[in-house]
Write a protein that binds this ligand. Structure first.
Ligand SMILES: NC(=O)c1ccc[n+]([C@@H]2O[C@H](COP(=O)([O-])OP(=O)(O)OC[C@H]3O[C@@H](n4cnc5c(N)ncnc54)[C@H](OP(=O)(O)O)[C@@H]3O)[C@@H](O)[C@H]2O)c1
Length: 266
């Protein structure tokens, strides 16, 4: 796998939180940036901050709502057509915690559209040109809640389990392409993500919550190690590997011509 340390890094959800953290770190690594989010003022302020620190970086802002066709298509077109793009960080994501029973249908749809549909379409848009060039990277920000499934997290965990499975499948698909693929699973990170989500950050013990800088540095360390899945606070990556191996061990029996004995015994 090869990632050039020049070219453009596209970061979605770059106006604050983990996306802004990624933007600063990737600029420091030598990438020009295309910053995507809805808040133009915040994007412009971040672009100014980065160019003040790294005068030789080009930082462009693309204001887009990824839950709307026009915004999503604008980013897709850029990803598909700009040969300078080296990395896509699919970071934009929403939060929604609480019971499914009684959930606002529009909020559920919005969560799935942003966390699942837009991430999938942007990945597909950039995959073809990256594979054709034989280098580059796709980083998909999932969540530890892909694995920690709780009553309040059914919808959010579902979207992030999708991101994890999608990215693991993509990594297999692109294994010999030269394009690096990483799923990033942060635990709780101190960002605006929690505001109004149904769980306030103040309800979580401090020892559960990571800073943006630490989370992005850990994710990039996992990237440099070519980890396909980076679980940022898990001390032993072998625990994840054992979990994934247990899943793989199911495979020979997941599709057979006869039902399992417990379903047929008289
Ligand atoms: N914070 C955590 O504890 C945590 C833990 C695990 C995983 N994650 C994941 O990490 C990613 C980043 O989260 P964060 O904590 O940095 O969240 P955040 O601080 O709330 O930032 C979310 C970013 O996404 C953008 N965004 C939201 N809706 C959008 C839309 N419709 N179109 C385009 N951009 C949109 C926001 O910008 P605008 O409002 O300007 O559009 C913002 O830049 C998400 O995928 C999240 O699920 C977060």
């Amino acid at each position: 796998m090869a990632v050039n340390e020049t070219g453009i890094a596209v970061v979605t959800g770059a106006s604050t939180g983990l996306g802004a953290g990624y933007a600063k770190r990737l600029a420091a690594r030598g990438y020009d940036l295309l910053l995507v989010a809805r808040n133009k003022q915040r994007l412009a302020a971040l672009a100014a901050e980065i160019t003040a620190t790294h005068a030789d970086r080009k930082v462009e802002v693309l204001v887009a709502d990824l839950t709307e066709a026009a915004g999503l298509e604008a980013v897709e077109q850029r990803l598909a057509s700009d040969a300078s793009i080296e990395i896509l960080v699919n970071n934009a994501g929403g939060s929604l915690f609480g019971p499914v029973n009684g959930a606002d249908p529009a909020a559920l749809e919005n969560l799935v559209t942003l966390n699942v549909t837009s991430l999938s379409r942007l990945t597909a848009a950039v995959a073809a040109p990256l594979v054709a060039r034989g280098h580059g990277a796709i980083v998909n920000v999932a969540s530890a809640l892909a694995l920690n499934i709780m009553p309040v997290s059914a919808a959010y965990s579902g979207t992030k389990a999708y991101v994890l499975a999608f990215t693991q499948g993509l990594a297999q698909e692109l294994a010999d392409s030269g394009v690096q693929v990483q799923a990033v699973l942060p635990g709780a990170v101190r960002t605006e993500f929690w505001d109004g989500s149904g769980i306030e950050l103040s309800a979580l013990p401090d020892e559960w919550v990571m800073s943006v800088d630490d989370a992005v540095d850990a994710a990039l360390a996992g990237f440099d190690r070519h980890e396909p899945v980076s679980i940022l606070s898990l001390p032993e990556i072998g625990e994840w590997e054992s979990y994934d191996a247990a899943r793989q061990a199911l495979v020979p029996n997941l599709s057979r011509s006869t039902p399992a004995g417990r379903y047929t015994a008289a």
